[in-house]
Design a protein around this ligand. Sequence first.
Ligand code: SAM
Length: 312
Amino acid sequence: MKDRFGRTIDYVRLSLTSRCNLRCPYCYGEEIKPEPADELRPDEIAEIVSVLAELDIQKVRLSGGEPLLRPDLEEIISAVSKTRGIRETVMTTNAQGLTQRLRALRNAGLIRLNISLDSLQTERYRNMNGGSLEEVLSSVDMALALDMLPLKINCVLLGGINDDEIEEFINMARERPLQIRFIELMPIGKLSGQDWRRDPAEILKSRELKPVKAEYPGQPAQCWSGPGFRGSIGFIRAFSDPFCRNCNRIRISSEGRIRPCLADDTEWDIRSAIGNPARLREIIMTAMEGKPERHRFSEGCIPSKFMYRIGG
Ligand code: SAM
């Protein structure tokens, strides 16, 4: 479907939960206690996704919160990936507990992953978010062995916290077929008011890297690679180099609220329309039409919800 600015919307990011098992320094807030009972059930998700597919959504990214906290994740992936018209079912995850489930998720229809990884140092990783680096690295090995390519690693660069690890991350892209994406901190969440942001593009200086062609129009990451690299490095700079003009996505929260723009708090409830596909379609179309032209971070318009509640 086209929005009122002529952008083709064919991608939905579906949050499966606002719960998370990690505490990244910029993300999780304790202002609410998300309850599993509020989360969309697999049958509700199936109904929403089939209406979205009728409106030409082709790609579904499962996110959260942490999608692996859903015991019914395999059932959800199976329902989404079998929906007529959905061509890609992918997931963003912190990979805690992924090794045990990856094969089953793959068999259920998951084709690719983005794995969040903010440090390559065991102790630092644990101190930053409470998780196990070993589990993330084993998950990366397993996803590569299962040929889930391109495999993308998301690293949010934070000045004074992990920006001394840039070389190690780049080495990962040199040695393995990974797309290492340096993500500029957005003014969303706990560190929003502070100057932790590091401009990842600085990394390019004095390196012989060449741009890699985008995989699809509107791809947020600008990617680079060079001689001796098996993978690539990418930069996502939503704040300093916005890609709103090519934005092709909408979001749905784990409680069934549709949010056309990450940075804008306007949402429409769609859960109440489940069981009435015509009404569901009508609300989704209204929301898509209401998608703002661009974010207004630099004018101080900051979303009130943190990323784990929006569906990152
Ligand atoms: N739990 C999953 C994970 O960790 O990948 C999925 C949800 S998480 C909110 C999705 C992504 O959002 C992560 O890569 C995280 O680093 C990113 N994120 C959260 N807050 C952010 C912020 N303020 N700026 C940039 N990225 C952010």
